[in-house]
Design a protein around this ligand. Structure first.
Ligand code: ATP
Ligand code: MG
Length: 731
């Protein structure tokens, strides 16, 4: 044989070998985090191709996220030393999309059907509710969207649902039906529909189904615990008569129950395929023994587990680190300081991840990273200020604020299209570079010198006039009128209105939303900056203008949900507070609380060497302030595994208290003394400043009249102040 089986199996343990070299048929690999499930899957694919001589064309491999799919493709390429053309590696959604593009006619879709993202979908649902004449307060779009997606995830069409006399159900059903009609009319399709439509396609076209069944002789599924009813039905359809089906998963990492995922699919698999071979992996290769013990202790609090214990032959490693922050700013400050320290010890930025429960938590962390100029990336979810149409409108505002802004100029010089070609833009760039001018100035010179072709020169002259006119007109207006005028007179709104379809509609609505964002911002008095400049700063912070580009080494920020399957040498789990995580919505229902715990287990098991947990005693999130207790998930980890970082003894200690073996002495050695000598102030004290508002004393230097204190202000972040001048009021 050309390939040596021994070589393929050399880097695997016995149980892993058993899975990789299993005879064709059905296998279920059930194993905990970091035990090599994904590694087994990749090796199995190599095995099928090299040893079994399967054609890459006959393999279908499904993972949960695009990131995971890309990673898998990359690993396979490396192992096989070739690009396995024709092999299908992707997500369920990606595969459904490909199939529907190929068979749009049979699927009853428009040829150029567009996909609705979640925001687009909510907008469409909202419109439908309005068109039906329903009360939007009583029947919120979000709830209806939730209902519709839930039904689709279960494979249920309106015709499959019996409302009976139930008003809620009957109304939801009405909305569902009208929504489906609207989708069909406008040629759009939502995420859940992608899966369901592909399933219908096979059900209704036995010939097509047979084609795909014959093609995909070998099917492999990662993260099987998070498949929903429709995805599972897919597998059953496709795998019928196929040669092999291997699914790998971990019941303890099922975290998409809220989106219709069914852990029961694991048991279902065993009963649907009674001949399936069950393989368990128990050795963890990812984390230190300390991290692993913490994960095991945490998840042991769940009931009804399929039961598995992970072990490692590595040593305990560093203890987990726990930091109790005064508020979210202090938390962010601590995280960033710890990151800086870790970078100095030789860790690289991409080896560090900050994980949080809710997207909204990233805001304050981003600010702290930006302040220290540490590049970072956020995975998943496009923020408002990152959307193309918003960036365009903001670029106009930037140009009004300062013509020298080349990035802004480049962004809008031909948006909306006004007949300025790439060649002309390059000529301006070149002239600017050569004469060391801004592009704006270079452009004016080129126009004046008649150095450009007539048509381009005319278009540019009109552009210059537009910007100058706008500037003369709007700069004294209140911010929201400024935004309103700019989106209208720049032609942006009209331009998107002229495009057709759901996406364009969304763009128009986003632009309108920019006007309200500007209006909200008007209350934000900034002393040093004009309101426009302040708003633009806000926009770039929000959009992460300084966010690292694709290839730059950067800190990884993401929600716990999107961290699934990944691993990092250093992990921060922030916001470990009751009400935030576990989320308050889950506290009432035992089932949802257990799902939150599995999410915590996913978080803990992402860490290889260093795990830092943080929580904030007070937090302002979604505009209101809450006082929080440390998360039960932290308390479920044996205190002996945790080292607590504390600023002072004078602060209330919700965690650990007297019985805890983790001492109150700061492991950072920062604060031995709680009093700022001869001042009457102490660390951890809440204070008020006339200008900066309320904050907490974090640190000090000197004593008495000469003392300086570092105060972390809720609104302003941390500042050093001379106590003698600051006139702090103790709260
Ligand atoms: P998760 O449940 O988080 O998705 P997993 O079970 O898929 O985890 P992998 O990501 O495949 O685990 O493996 C975890 C880490 O352990 C990876 O870095 C992998 O390369 C390594 N690993 C797995 N098996 C072995 C082995 N036999 N020898 C050495 N390293 C291994
Ligand atoms: Mg994995």
């Amino acid at each position: 044989a050309r390939f040596d089986p021994e070589l393929l199996l050399a880097s695997l343990n016995d149980a892993q070998c058993q899975a990789v070299a299993a005879p064709l048929g059905r296998q279920l690999v059930l194993a905990g985090a970091g035990s090599g499930k994904t590694r087994v899957l990749v090796h199995r694919i190599a095995w099928l191709i090299q040893i079994v001589n399967a054609s890459p064309y006959s393999i279908l491999s499904v993972t949960f996220t695009n990131k995971a799919a890309a990673e898998m493709r990359h690993r396979i390429e490396q192992m096989l030393g070739l690009n396995p053309n024709g092999m299908w590696v992707g997500t369920f959604h990606g595969l459904a999309h490909r199939i529907l593009r190929a068979h749009w006619q049979e699927a009853g879709l428009a040829e150029n059907f567009q996909i609705l993202d979640s925001d687009d979908q909510q907008r469409l649902v909202k419109r439908v509710i309005r068109e039906l004449g329903l009360d939007e307060q009583r029947w919120p779009a979000k709830q209806a969207q939730w209902f519709i997606n839930g039904q689709k995830d279960e494979g249920l069409r309106p015709k499959n649902i019996q409302a009976g006399g139930d008003l809620f159900l009957a109304t939801m059903l009405k909305i569902y039906e009208a929504y489906e009609a609207a989708c069909a009319r406008t040629g759009v399709i939502d995420f859940a529909e992608l899966l369901l439509r592909a399933l219908d396609l096979w059900r209704d076209n036995p010939g097509l189904l047979a084609h795909y069944q014959q093609r995909f002789k070998h099917i492999l599924v990662d993260e099987f615990q998070d498949t929903n009813a429709v995805q599972y039905a897919w597998l059953r359809f496709l795998a019928k008569g196929g040669e092999s089906l291997m699914v790998v998963g971990d019941d303890d990492q099922s975290i998409y129950g809220w989106r219709g995922a069914k852990i029961e699919n694991i048991q279902q698999y065993s009963s649907d395929f009674p001949d399936a071979q069950m393989i368990r992996l128990e050795q963890n290769y990812r984390s230190t023994a300390g991290i692993l013990k913490a994960a095991n202790a945490l998840i042991a609090n769940n009931n009804g587990r399929l039961g598995k214990e992970l072990w490692t032959d590595g040593d305990d490693g560093e203890p987990l680190c726990l930091y109790a922050a005064f508020n979210e700013h202090d938390e962010a400050r601590y995280v960033v300081e710890s990151i800086e320290r870790a970078l100095k010890t030789g860790l690289s930025r991409s080896e560090i991840a900050i994980l949080y429960r809710s997207n909204a938590q990233s805001r304050v962390l981003e600010e702290a990273l930006l302040r220290e100029k540490i590049p970072y990336r956020i995975y998943g979810g496009q923020r408002f200020f990152e959307r193309a149409e918003i960036k365009n409108a903001v670029a106009y505002l930037r140009l009004l604020d300062g013509r020298h802004n080349d990035a802004a100029l480049e962004r809008v010089i031909n948006v909306p299209t006004r007949g300025v070609g790439e060649k002309t833009i390059e000529a301006i760039r070149e002239h600017a570079r050569h004469s060391e001018l801004s592009m704006w100035a270079a452009m004016q010179q080129l126009i004046a010198n008649k150095a450009l072709p007539g048509r381009a020169a005319g278009a540019l002259a009109a552009f210059v006039e537009l910007i100058e006119n706008l500037a003369a007109k709007v700069l004294d207006m209140p911010l929201h009128l400024m935004a309103q005028t700019v989106i209208e007179q720049s032609g942006l709104i009209a331009w998107h209105k002229a495009e057709k379809g759901e996406k364009a509609q969304a763009r128009v609505e986003n632009l309108e939303e920019l006007v309200s964002a500007a209006r909200n911002f008007e209350n934000n008095e900034e002393e040093e900056m004009s309101p426009l400049a302040a708003f633009l700063t806000h926009a770039s912070l929000e959009a992460g203008d300084t966010q690292a580009d694709e290839h730059e080494e950067s800190i990884q920020l993401m929600t716990l949900h999107s961290a699934k399957g990944l691993e990092f040498p250093m992990v921060f789990l922030v916001g470990m507070e009751e009400g935030l995580f576990p989320h308050k919505m889950s506290l009432e229902e035992p089932g949802r609380l257990e799902e939150e715990r599995r999410l915590a287990y996913v978080g803990v098991t992402r860490a290889m060497q260093h795990l830092v947990l943080t929580y904030a005693e007070t937090r302002r999130l979604y505009g209101s302030e809450t006082y929080n207790k440390v998360s039960r998930f932290v308390r479920e980890i044996p205190p002996a595994l945790i080292q607590e970082v504390r600023l002072s003894n004078s602060v209330s200690r919700p965690y650990g208290s007297s019985s805890s073996s983790s001492g109150s002495t700061s492991s950072m050695g920062m604060f031995a003394n709680a009093e700022v000598p001869d001042t009457g102030f102490r660390l951890g004290q809440h204070v008020r400043h006339a200008l900066f508002g309320d904050g907490v004393i974090l640190n000090f230097e000197g004593s008495g009249a000469q003392a300086r204190v570092q105060v972390n202000f809720e609104a302003e972040g941390s500042k050093w102040l001379m106590l003698g001048y600051a006139k702090l009021e103790a709260l």
